[in-house]
Design a protein around this ligand. Sequence first.
Ligand SMILES: [Mn+2]
Length: 390
Amino acid sequence: MKFLHTSDWHIGRTLNGFSLLEEQKYAFEQILSLAKQNQVDGIIIAGDLYERAVPSAESVITFNQMLREMNIIEKFPIYMISGNHDGAKRLSYAKDWLDYNNLHLRTSLEEAFIPVETKETQIFLLPFFDPMDARIYFSNQGLDEEDTKQIKTIDDAMTLVISKMKSQFNNKKNQVLVTHFAVSPHKEEIVLTSETPSKVGGLSTLNVSQFADFDYVALGHIHTRLASPSDKVQYSGSPVKFNTKEASTQKGIFVVEIKEKMLNSNFLPLQVKTDLVVLEEEWEQLISRDFYERQPLNKAWFAITIKNFDRTKLVGQNLRAQLQKIYGTIIELDYQFEKKQLTRSRSQDIETLDNVEILSSFYKFTTGETLDDVQTAIIESTFNELEGEK
Ligand SMILES: [Mn+2]
């Protein structure tokens, strides 16, 4: 089976108040033509179809038209789930009818255990849910009170969910899971520590080892494919750049083929309609002709940071208006103030410094002040404790 994997369309999203709908439509047209060129057997959309639980009328009309083109005109089967942004109950409207036309939408946990069956593949569609949903579901299924109470994290819930799915596995077929969560790449058991919850897991993070028995896991939720925990368990990322931090990243989709348990996945890039350009320069540079004539003026969206900004020199001027006149659309304007008396240790020095020295130079770099004796003592004892734990 060959399919196209995309996610996080977030139809209706804006970027600093600017509508992304035209970008989203442009990305969609490319996704549809990639599906046709590659002759895929289906299109997976792994959650966050809309930006909001109650999307605008314009968003609903746009998404409806996209589904129509993919499913009714081009006859692609669609496999999709609700993400944390979607209003699961509203989205589920008419889904029983949609199934008749090979548009498979699942929006609640209890619907996830019966896979969509194709000739070679079982596709499990597991929408976003929380541990409470799992407690209610498994308790209704007859799990005793003590065991139900033990479902505390999403990882606890997922263990039960996957073991139940596995009872449906047909060994003659491939198994694909479509879901919408944060999955960490750590293979070992995750120990929750309060110091670094975002790095090693947390109440809402799953471990990649949970998914070992699937041939492919099409993830949504994290908007970059670079966060993928493995080749088999991967994020497609969003088709559109949603913030200026993503300005230089390449968006795209995956075309994935599974043949007798062999996986072949290809990332295919999508082009943007309007480029997103991030500039960090001093004011004099930004308004100098030599500099700005090298920029895609009036064609791109600009996010500009004025470096070493000195308010006193630019009093009474409308900076945004001046920049708009030169560049066109300014979607973000930031100011970076001059920092005085700051010294930054060169990166090669870092290896010769101990932990406390690195931290105190970082503190000085960010605040301009020196750590006092009490602060230094706290840091020293914290590092001692951590080293003692090793
Ligand atoms: Mn999302």
